[in-house]
Ligand binder design. Structure first.
Ligand SMILES: Nc1ncnc2c1ncn2[C@@H]1O[C@H](COP(=O)(O)OP(=O)(O)O)[C@@H](O)[C@H]1O
Ligand SMILES: [Mg+2]
Length: 313
């Protein structure tokens, strides 16, 4: 089946193809001879309720520094595509939310992956709270007294921005840490949204596992072990990817999430598990699939396209 595919993503010249999951999806789509069109969020247009974009045909190559060729720009209705891959990276801000509103107009006649309305409704660190028994003790607030009470109860905590990503501004505060007050002041000026205050999970030393679910089914996983001098496991912060299997508990987590993800059209999702706890459900543009394949794991990009083909058939 030749799917006519458009990808909405950040400027392709800036991506690091070694780790970029969108790029892995594009390589696989091209290998299947799907015609590919590319545009950035800035080229999205809604006129009188109709959604269009200035797109360019795209060819990709797995060669760093020479990884793409674009055709001439042409303006076209997005409804003309079979599939739009929504692979815009966070920040999950009003610009992102606007993209989801626009793309919602063409879905599901054009299959938008992931379903834009459900992307909007599932911010990664809030969506988890629908599964309270799977997550660590977690507070979402900017209220000083609420944080103090939580700290008194749990001692060792982590404080992080609600819409942070890539490990940005993630702090661990031991029970006796005197910097809490100043950190509170700093967060108050830096972040207008509430923050996440979470029980510190010592198991993070062994890694933060990224598990990919395709249409609610386990598709592959990679463990990310933080550098010895950092709390954060994110690969952009020096976390080292390691081949891994699922534990019993992680299978249970996948089984619990599967039906909820499938029901929402969240076809390509990356969840994060530290120890026995689910900490994030990434639905915007999850990463990890290149690392999974490089470490000898499954070809998740192929599984994603198999599933999309099945849905379009
Ligand atoms: N509750 C926690 N306990 C221990 N480490 C944590 C905790 N929360 C976050 N971390 C560390 O910080 C990293 C980034 O936090 P995360 O919640 O995944 O936010 P981000 O969206 O920035 O990736 C994690 O990969 C992990 O290494
Ligand atoms: Mg994370």
């Amino acid at each position: 089946m030749a799917l006519n595919v458009a990808v909405q993503m950040d400027p392709i010249e800036r991506i690091n193809i070694r780790g970029d999951s969108t790029f892995a999806l594009l390589l696989e789509a091209q290998a299947r001879a799907y015609p590919l069109s590319y545009y950035t969020p800035a080229q999205l247009v809604m006129r009188d309720g109709k959604v269009s974009a200035t797109v360019r045909s795209l060819a990709v190559r797995d060669v760093a520094g020479d990884h793409f060729t674009l055709g001439a720009p042409r303006h076209t209705d997005l409804a003309a595509f079979d599939v739009v891959l929504l692979r815009q990276d966070p920040p999950f801000d009003l610009a992102y939310i606007t993209s989801t509103h626009l793309l919602e107009r063409i879905h599901p006649k054009t299959l938008v992956v992931n379903d834009p309305a459900h992307v909007r409704n599932a911010p990664e660190k809030i969506f988890v709270t629908e599964f309270p028994d799977l997550m660590p003790p977690t507070l979402i607030t900017r209220d000083l007294d609420a944080i103090k009470a939580f700290r008194a109860e749990h001692g060792d905590i982590v404080m992080k921005p609600l819409y942070g990503r890539g490990g940005e501004a993630v702090f661990r505060l031991a029970a006796e840490d005197l910097n809490f007050g100043s950190l509170y002041d700093l967060f108050s000026t830096m972040f207008v949204e509430p923050w996440v205050i979470q029980k510190f999970l010592p198991a993070v030393r062994d890694g933060d596992k990224r598990i990919i679910l395709v249409d609610g089914e386990f598709a592959g996983a990679v463990n990310r072990v933080p550098a010895p001098d950092d709390l954060r496991s994110n690969m952009v912060r020096g976390g080292v990817p390691k081949a891994t299997d699922l534990t019993e508990r992680e299978r249970e987590i996948c089984a619990r999430l599967g039906p909820a993800l499938r029901a929402r059209g969240l076809l390509f999702v990356g969840i994060d598990v530290i120890g026995d706890y689910l900490t994030e459900i990434n639905v915007t543009s999850p990463t990890g699939i290149r690392a999974i394949k490089n470490l000898g794991g499954p070809d998740v990009a192929a599984l994603v396209w198999d599933k999309i083909e099945e849905k379009r058939a």
